[in-house]
Ligand binder design. Structure first.
Ligand code: NAD
Length: 377
């Protein structure tokens, strides 16, 4: 079977879905790896490194797309690319399926079996394939590094003959994968950290990282069976904002990571809250891509409010560490292919009964197969 990995074309994308190490693994499995020329340059992998690992470079990328049994990439394909894929091809990428109805229809009509990386179930068995987590982890780390770089102070406490410097105060809103990594990174750099999440189960995790959990009595909140937060009622949101205002006002750096799967992010840090923060404070909004947790945030922009608060809204901070982001994505893709690989037949077994496949396969055999995206009568 032929796996083709095309170059990413999305603006600002530095990551790729394949690393030389993963090429080695997949070739060992029995796959033929074909890559577009210059695939990994932005991620630190020259063509030679891939060739040395056992891949070949396609002389004609369009032809390679048409001939591939499998295609793996980071971002969703554009219309033109879908038109070039061969019927029956298995296409793996982030798809943003909640916002890409037309693309999904197009993939179905073209007879593509499209896997959406964001829909891979959050189960123990699928952990190695969980691309949302691998990327969120790096984004959480990078948010702290970026804030530290923009900050006009240092993070740790320092006792010197020239005086004592108090530690920076961080407040993390939303403690999923990115939030936990942000807490751990800020702690490692010596900051004092507080955090909040609507899921009460998070309190223990926050404490185990040495941070303080900000308690807010919101009444019934809970989480879905996949561990995602449930949307708050308007009254609960108001209560949360009141509590967040106090915690934000005492913080030097606020990092927001609060998301609702498949829906716009909750607006938590309002203008009134920003107005109460002191000049020189930093707010990094990791939810900018889905509308933002912070009022006024603009995607991929940095701005400073009238009272001197810097708001950073980069959509994908993991793109700032492309080598590791690509290493992890490639490992996620490889784990997926290994899981469905049929060694005897030397082929990929597209098992429609498999729980992981059912969770993430959106189109197959000319139709939309995923329950969540099927047309409802
Ligand atoms: P996410 O990116 O969807 O959201 C980030 C965080 O924001 C979540 O913790 C969520 O509870 C929180 N949030 C939502 N609304 C909020 C609000 N109004 N105020 C404050 N916080 C708010 O989450 P994620 O990082 O993708 O993780 C989702 C869940 O999946 C977590 O429970 C995580 O532990 C779980 N998970 C499980 C596995 C696994 O078992 N394999 C892997 C990864 C994640």
């Amino acid at each position: 079977m032929k796996l083709f990995v095309p170059k990413e074309t999305a603006a600002g994308e530095t990551r790729v879905a394949m690393s030389p190490d993963s090429v080695r693994k997949l070739v060992g499995l029995g796959l033929e790896l074909v890559l577009e020329q210059g695939l990994g340059l932005a991620a630190g992998h020259p063509d030679e490194a891939y060739v040395e690992a056992g891949a070949t470079i396609a002389p004609d990328a369009d032809a390679a797309l048409g001939e591939a049994d499998l295609v793996a990439r980071v971002n969703k394909p554009d219309d033109e690319t879908v038109g070039k894929l061969g019927k029956g091809c298995l296409h793996l990428s982030f798809l943003d399926p909640f916002n890409e109805k037309e693309l999904i229809d197009q993939l179905a009509s073209a007879g593509i079996s499209a896997v959406s990386l964001e829909m891979i179930p959050r189960t123990t068995l699928a952990q190695k394939m969980d691309a949302l987590s691998s990327q969120a982890n790096l984004a959480g780390y990078q948010a702290v590094i970026l804030a530290a770089e923009r900050f006009d102070r240092i993070l740790p406490m320092m006792m010197t003959p020239a005086g004592t410097i108090s530690p920076a105060k961080f407040f993390i809103i939303g403690v999923g994968v990115a939030g936990l990594q942000a807490i751990a990174t800020a702690k490692r750099l010596g900051a004092r950290v507080e955090a909040f999440d609507t899921r009460p189960v998070v309190e223990e995790q926050v404490k185990s990282l040495g941070a303080k959990f900000v308690k807010v009595d919101l009444g019934e909140t809970g989480q879905t069976d996949q561990g995602y937060a449930k949307e708050l009622t308007p009254e609960q949101m108001e209560k949360q904002r009141e509590a967040m205002a106090k915690a934000c006002a005492r913080a030097d750096v606020v990092i927001t990571t609060a998301k609702l799967f498949g829906r716009p992010a909750p607006r938590i840090v309002t203008k009134e809250i920003l107005d109460q923060m002191s000049s020189g404070s930093i707010v990094v909004d990791l939810a900018a891509e889905t509308g933002g947790n912070v009022e006024g945030v603009r995607m991929d922009e940095e701005m400073v409010t009238e009272n001197g608060v810097r708001i950073i809204g980069h959509a994908k901070l993991e793109c700032m560490v492309p080598r590791h982001a690509s290493q992890m994505l490639a490992a996620n893709v490889t784990a997926f292919l290994e899981h469905f690989w049929d060694e005897e037949g030397n082929t990929l077994n597209l098992d429609l009964e498999d729980e992981i496949m059912q969770g993430c396969l959106i189109t197959h055999d000319g139709v939309i197969v995923h329950e969540r995206f099927k047309e409802k009568d």
